[in-house]
Design a protein around this ligand. Sequence first.
Ligand code: 5GP
Length: 204
Amino acid sequence: MSVNSTRELYVIAGPSGGGKTTLFRALLERFDHLALSVSDTTRPPRRVEKDGEQYCFLDRATFEAGIEAGRYLEHAEVFGHYYGTSKDRVQALWDQGKDVILEIDIQGAEQVAKSHPEATSIFILPPSMAVLSQRLRDRGLDDEAVIERRLSEARTEIEAARDFDWLVINDEFERAFQEISAIIEAWPTRGSRRQAEIEALLAE
Ligand code: 5GP
């Protein structure tokens, strides 16, 4: 995995039910140069999920073979299931000229911060624990035991938000979307992207 890619790598994290999915889906619609890397997981698909769309669904043996073979840019066990970012999938998107978004948990975000220090990390915070709890129930995807577990996990995740570059509070979709869009729109002014302009100025 090249650390010298001229393309950007964005890590988006935050507790489940915090509104991450809605925000990054809207980002993908607004910005053509962005693409989401579909992760591998050993979690069974939910009713609405299709293999290759939300995730590539693998069995544990296949996933573990992938870890052994060094196929993952990062991977973690979340709620008893493996999740991982395929190096090849990220590279393929970079090769298409895309900037890549990873929607991953905090363990994965920590690994990416080490292996790709130039990556931009964005944490989506819920406005309150009460709102988070309500959103998890409203989406009707998980049973009560899973919701309770996700809420306690959310606290651990929120602790890790301190280490992120950008914190977006998802109190209201439009406002949060403006904020996260501003982060993406600032990308051309990053130092790593302006090397050619510096060279041109110095050559004058
Ligand atoms: P869910 O099962 O609700 O889709 O996701 C559970 C958690 O796994 C979420 O926090 C999500 O961000 C995280 N996750 C999804 N894909 C990956 C991945 O490729 N790597 C890591 N480390 N976490 C992931």
